[in-house]
Design a binder for this molecule. Sequence first.
Ligand code: CA2
Length: 148
Amino acid sequence: MAKPIYILNGPNLNLLGKREPGIYGSETLDGIRARAQAKGEALGHAIDFRQSNFEGELVNWIQEASDKASGLIVNAGAYTHTSVAMLDALLAIQIPCVEVHLSNIFQREDFRRESYISRAAVGLICGFGPKGYELAIEAITDILAQPE
Ligand code: CA2
């Protein structure tokens, strides 16, 4: 059976739709999960969608994805701007990774302009809200369809 695409979400993304709708919109993480599953189904991929507030758990999931996933989509939340551990885990795996952010991180505070994990990602999608996850699934689908 084909391996799923893992979608990993970092700290505080479980609060989506419940606080700060001005920045992150009104859609909940469960809503984004449903969109991602529908998009994955349409494109022939199972989606394994997870969220954690713990850096080590996210690192464990990246390591797990190396064997169990075909591709990886990561919204690392605030760890985007701090986590050498997530970067090292991503650099150690062979499957393609697409980085996603709901907001346009380049339009916000200076500290959000730097992403530690971007250097391990094939590409970065930001500023399109929940739609960014669907765009990332399309991007991973195209990458996986390319002959090696
Ligand atoms: O734009 C994104 O997707 C971010 O990854 C979101 C992170 C932020 O630290 C990154 O710079 C950009 C924050 C997620 C926190 O989400 C909340 C949702 C509702 C209420 C409070 C936080």
